[in-house]
Design a protein around this ligand. Sequence first.
Ligand SMILES: NC(=O)C1=CN([C@@H]2O[C@H](COP(=O)(O)OP(=O)(O)OC[C@H]3O[C@@H](n4cnc5c(N)ncnc54)[C@H](O)[C@@H]3O)[C@@H](O)[C@H]2O)C=CC1
Ligand SMILES: Nc1nc(O)c(N)c(N[C@@H]2O[C@H](COP(=O)(O)O)[C@@H](O)[C@H]2O)n1
Length: 268
Amino acid sequence: MSEALEFASTSAALLEPYLPPVSSQSTAAKPFVTLTFATSLDSSLSLAPGVRTRLSGPGSKAMTHYLRSRHSAILVGINTMLADDPGLNCRIAGASSQPRPIIIDPRLRWVPKRSDKVLQICRAGQGLAPIVLTGLQLEEWPEDSISILTEHGGKFIYVEPKKTASGGRGRFDWHNILDVLSREGLSSLMVEGGAQIINSLLDSQYHSLVDSVIVTIAPTWLGEGGVVVSPARVHDEQGVPIPAARLSDVKWHPFGEDVVLCGRLYKK
Ligand SMILES: NC(=O)C1=CN([C@@H]2O[C@H](COP(=O)(O)OP(=O)(O)OC[C@H]3O[C@@H](n4cnc5c(N)ncnc54)[C@H](O)[C@@H]3O)[C@@H](O)[C@H]2O)C=CC1
Ligand SMILES: Nc1nc(O)c(N)c(N[C@@H]2O[C@H](COP(=O)(O)O)[C@@H](O)[C@H]2O)n1
């Protein structure tokens, strides 16, 4: 649990233009948002739904942990939480701060247990307790889950889901997610995944919310059936398909056998 990673200051300097300001005294209305994940050459995050898959080599893994030290929160979707049992802390030796884990769990599929890695890490003083954003109202929150989360210093927060065409409960609006996190005093957020979370954030209506994108590309093809990052198809006014999203201000940095791509979402 207490693996100690190292990340050279020369490497950190390469990332600096794409990171939130160091000052914690941010007065910005919304958190600085970094979209970051590791992908294969065929745009897969993992071999199959529910399968934890190592893509990052040692150098880019340390880079991801450095990013964790530079953000006040780290966000994952519920499938990632259930598939990976992630720690969601920063394991750089001597890290001065830890990110707050944020779990997007609209229907409360996560049943917190003391053996969950994120909670073990929290009890060991090596990370923070999670905040779970849910579309269920207070009276629908299981009491055991409330008490175990509260015991660790975490909590549930209700986020109003968008209405679906049939009047049901849909996805969250990212503006609402960021509003909630701002109210929690979180000034920067790294969105780690999984694919559904990333694809929803890459919808063009949210591009203006994303401040930077840092993607680790591993030299491997995972093959068919992977969990794929591929945002919804976009068409122009004539109905002709156009690219869904593009980066500008791009830099590529090799980290061991991986390459780390830094950029900003191109906004029209
Ligand atoms: N290589 C990498 O960097 C990473 C890999 N992963 C992998 O990704 C896989 C999981 O990815 P997915 O199956 O795509 O699941 P996911 O982790 O994106 O979770 C999907 C669920 O999140 C919720 N969700 C997504 N967007 C939402 C929104 N806008 N509003 C409300 N709820 C929303 C829904 O309940 C949805 O079913 C795992 O196998 C994990 O290992 C996850 C993170 C990073
Ligand atoms: N950067 C990166 N590289 C990989 O190869 C990965 N599989 C992931 N996965 C993400 O990291 C989480 C695991 O975090 P802990 O090491 O347990 O703290 C996992 O849930 C994904 O979000 N990331």
